[in-house]
Design a protein around this ligand. Structure first.
Ligand SMILES: [Zn+2]
Length: 403
């Protein structure tokens, strides 16, 4: 019989092997042993258990070398189903994947922040139920549900503590959905999940120290340090959108004045465009929004700016400088290798990137600039739901309880 400690070691070794397969499959048992530093006997025992459990397969590969063909290992796509959910300020997105995070089904619906909390949550529940039905049709056992939320999430309690742009407070979502779906529920801040999604599947793959920034209606941040999300004591770390950068600035949805989020999101761009329009009329812009600036979308402003409209371009450039200055502060605090920018900002990448880079590199302490890259996400709107998939897999791959 294994002692508690031996049992723990066995679980850790199992997760190391699974994670190695996630990153490097197809690989052989010998390669797993080399890469992990575990001895070959241990690797073989673990692999046998994982094969029995339907999580790992082995396959004969005809190598080009001489000698007997190598048997390679991989994670089985049908090892289970994972559901990723994002409740955004004005949308719900759900993604169903198999055990290797390949998409089986997804859905994205628009919501209205003025809808009641109960309404929005039941819409999300209907989409999750649909995903579970599809998983059962494909005979995949559901392993868990990851959920990204636009606010402060208390990881110990599993509660959404506050979501300023939704005006939600203290929602015990983990408990609610645990009882409803009888599955492990992982709730997290959406930017944290997007950072995790980028680390697992996106532009930050294998970058252990990076900062992810994303603007939608709010401005969120996810901080990956040493290959782990930096969450702080309760999970509230990374609320970079609410760093006060202008004490005489505009009021933020959180109730405070001059948060970074008021300077750099799409709303900040609209605000500037509106202000400018009061001073200089711009016929083409007014025609495009039928005379009402509230009809403008961020996409339209970016399109106008790229086509040479100076008013729109100036608004985005000003935001770029504010973004760069805030990022420079974060670089001094965290010394990341990469700053990854996502969300609505991606659309304006061509204008933003050179200005952000210039602002950062001309203002930070020289040693902090060594090896620093500024990049834009390639995952676009999928970052958070992919992260929601990743957090479920991450937990399974790291702490799988196999008895
Ligand atoms: Zn704020």
């Amino acid at each position: 019989m294994l002692t508690g400690n031996q049992e723990k070691v066995r679980k850790v070794n199992k997760s190391i092997v699974l994670n190695m397969l996630r990153l490097h499959a197809p690989i052989s048992r010998a390669q797993v042993a080399n890469l992990t530093g575990l001895n070959r006997g241990t690797v073989s025992n673990i692999v046998n258990v994982l094969i029995e459990e339907g999580l790992v397969f082995e396959d004969e590969q005809k190598g080009s070398g001489i000698g007997r063909p190598a048997i390679s290992l991989g994670l089985r796509p049908d090892g289970g189903a994972v559901i990723g959910v994002e409740i955004g300020v004005d949308f719900i997105a759900v993604l169903l994947t198999n055990f290797v995070a390949e998409k089986i089904w997804n859905s994205r619906i628009q919501t209205d922040p003025s809808q009641s909390q109960t309404d929005i949550i039941s819409q999300a529940e209907r989409l999750i139920a649909q995903a579970l039905f599809i998983a059962s049709e494909q005979r995949l056992r559901p392993l868990g549900i990851g959920v990204g939320l636009p606010g402060l999430v208390n990881l110990h309690q599993g509660n959404l503590i506050m979501a300023p742009n939704l005006h939600w407070m203290n929602v015990p979502l983990r408990l609610m959905w645990n009882q409803r779906f009888h599955l492990p529920i992982y709730i997290e801040n959406e930017a944290n999940l997007a950072a995790l999604g980028e680390y697992y599947f996106g532009s930050a793959r294998n970058v252990d120290n990076f900062i992810y920034l994303s603007a939608g209606i709010g401005l969120g941040g996810g901080i990956m340090m040493g290959g782990k999300l930096f969450r702080g004591g309760h999970g509230y770390a990374g609320e970079i959108g609410h760093i006060q950068r202008d004490p005489a600035g505009e009021q933020c949805a959180c109730g405070r004045i001059g948060c970074w989020e008021t300077q750099v999101g799409p709303r900040a761009v609209f605000h500037r465009v509106k202000k400018e329009l009061q001073n200089h009329s711009d016929q083409s812009l007014l025609v495009a929004c039928s005379g009402d600036v509230d009809n403008l979308t961020f996409e339209m402003v970016v399109k106008f700016a790229l086509e040479g409209n100076t008013l729109c371009r100036r608004a985005i450039e000003e935001v770029a400088v504010n973004l760069g200055m805030g990022i420079a502060d974060m670089v001094h605090i965290f010394n990341p290798e990469l700053v990854l920018i996502g969300g609505a900002f991606i659309q304006a990448k061509d204008i933003l990137q050179p200005i952000i880079e210039k602002t950062i590199f001309s203002s930070i302490l020289q040693p902090c600039a060594d090896g620093l890259r500024i990049a834009f996400s390639e995952r676009g709107a999928d970052g958070c739901v992919l992260g929601a998939i990743a957090i479920v897999l991450d937990d399974i791959l790291h702490e799988m309880v196999i008895t």
